[in-house]
Design a binder for this molecule. Structure first.
Ligand code: ATP
Ligand code: MG
Length: 403
């Protein structure tokens, strides 16, 4: 266990003690128990408690009521946020989305029964004792993602769990247990009831996981692929898996654009319900990749047009395509530092200087087109970023056409 895991647990145990001091029960549940037992760094810590939200609101100073009707509040304790949820069961998933009703219960074991996989259905008390009615610990040892109870029923209740199985298999590099896998194959069509936003979250987590190659293959072989827009049109899907993990939708789409050439970036955005920010980032990455493929190397111009925030993303896309090795990130960073200018504001020669030289030319789009040429020459170090040098270049060699 790492030092930070230890510190995180100790603070969570303190929070639990406060609830116990008021007569309640509380446990660490879900992903944090799983990650602690598998020696992975802890993410957010979720707490399950016997107490209703109103009691929790009285125990702590800072409580944000995020989902009172489901029994969930966020508690801020020592500058960390915890999701604290009252023990509950869920019944009737008529619309395949939300349980029709949640019933609050008094026993942690009943709460664990509603959880998706045995590795996620454990609780830990503040002394470190593990409550494990479904043998989640053994599943961790056997590296298995196994549904709690009957997998066919559990996937019928909530079909998103099938995508979650694939993404946990990827994140943890586990296998999906045989019966659970059979159930996915049998129930894959139900994924059609799930909103694209939720499928997109799990799909991205899948590609971010270390075991993404196997998980991608699982998604294909269980036919979950049928509900993943555009991926489901690629005949080469299994033969065009990225060579490294990808961490964002813009990276994924830039990577896959070449393998689904009839789909535009706009269509990816629409199909997967992605944001404008993701669209802009995809466009930027795609321009950079295109330029890289044309020039067959990292040019200054690529580094100039690529936003610095996309350096990591671009390096992963190049590696995913087999166009570069991991040293590319360093090369991008170094090349970027060495650029003569980082924005057109850095140019020593500005549009008004051009207008001053050609006062009788009509103002029009030629100015920005011309400035773009200067920018390119300076970035590519064909021209030094000095007023006199640029002026000379304009006057002697490259006068704009009169119009
Ligand atoms: P991550 O590290 O990705 O956050 P996690 O295990 O915390 O992993 P969450 O999606 O945050 O995953 O869910 C928290 C817990 O809630 C899970 O561990 C599981 O016990 C339960 N859970 C979440 N989604 C479902 C679901 N669709 N069906 C049943 N149980 C679920
Ligand atoms: Mg979580």
């Amino acid at each position: 266990m790492t030092e930070t895991n230890e510190a995180k647990l100790v603070t969570a145990f303190e929070l639990i003690k406060k609830i116990e001091d008021e007569g309640g029960e509380a446990y660490i549940v879900g992903g944090a128990v799983r990650d602690y037992l598998s020696g992975r760094p802890l993410g957010d810590i979720d707490i399950a408690t016997s107490e209703p939200p109103e009691h929790i609101q009285r125990v702590f100073d800072k409580v944000i009521p995020v989902g009172i009707e489901h029994g969930t509040v966020i508690v801020r304790y020592r500058s960390v946020s915890y999701e604290v949820t009252t023990f509950r069961t869920e019944e009737g998933y008529e619309d395949y989305r939300h349980p029709d009703e949640v019933t609050f219960v008094r026993d942690i074991k009943e709460d664990l029964a509603r959880r998706d996989f045995t590795i996620n259905a454990m609780a830990m008390d503040r002394h470190g004792n593990i409550i494990d009615p479904y043998s989640g610990r053994a599943a961790i040892e056997n590296r298995q993602v196994k549904a709690v109870g009957d997998p066919f029923d559990r996937f019928t209740e909530d079909p998103l769990r099938m995508m979650r199985a694939a993404r946990f298999a990827s994140q943890l590099e586990f296998e999906v247990e045989k019966e659970t896998r059979r159930a996915i194959l049998a129930k894959s069509d139900l994924l059609g009831h799930i909103s694209m936003e939720r499928i997109a979250v799990e799909t991205l987590k899948l590609y971010r996981g270390r075991g993404y190659k196997k998980a991608v293959s699982l998604v294909w072989h269980t036919n979950l692929i049928a509900y993943l827009p555009i991926f489901n049109t690629m005949t080469s899907f299994l033969n065009t898996v990225p060579l490294v993990r990808l961490f964002s939708w813009p990276e994924l789409i830039t990577y896959y654009l070449a393998y689904a050439p009839s789909y535009s970036i706009k269509e990816w955005m629409k199909g997967w319900k992605l944001s404008n920010k993701e669209r802009r980032e995809t466009e930027n990455l795609n321009i950079a990749l295109h330029e890289y493929l044309v020039e067959n190397r990292l040019t200054s111009w690529i580094l100039y047009v690529l936003p610095e925030s996309l350096h990591h993303a671009f390096s992963r896309v190049l590696q995913a395509r087999g166009l570069a090795d991991e040293s590319i990130l360093f090369q991008i960073g170094e090349g970027y530092e060495r650029l003569p200018i980082h924005s057109n504001r850095d140019l020593e020669f500005q549009p008004q200087d051009l207008i001053f030289l050609y006062p009788h030319h009509h103002k029009g789009p030629w100015i920005s087109e011309y400035m773009k040429q200067i920018e390119y020459q300076v970035v590519e170090e064909q021209l030094s970023n000095e007023y006199e040098k640029i002026k000379e270049w304009v006057l002697q060699w490259n006068p704009p056409e009169n119009n």
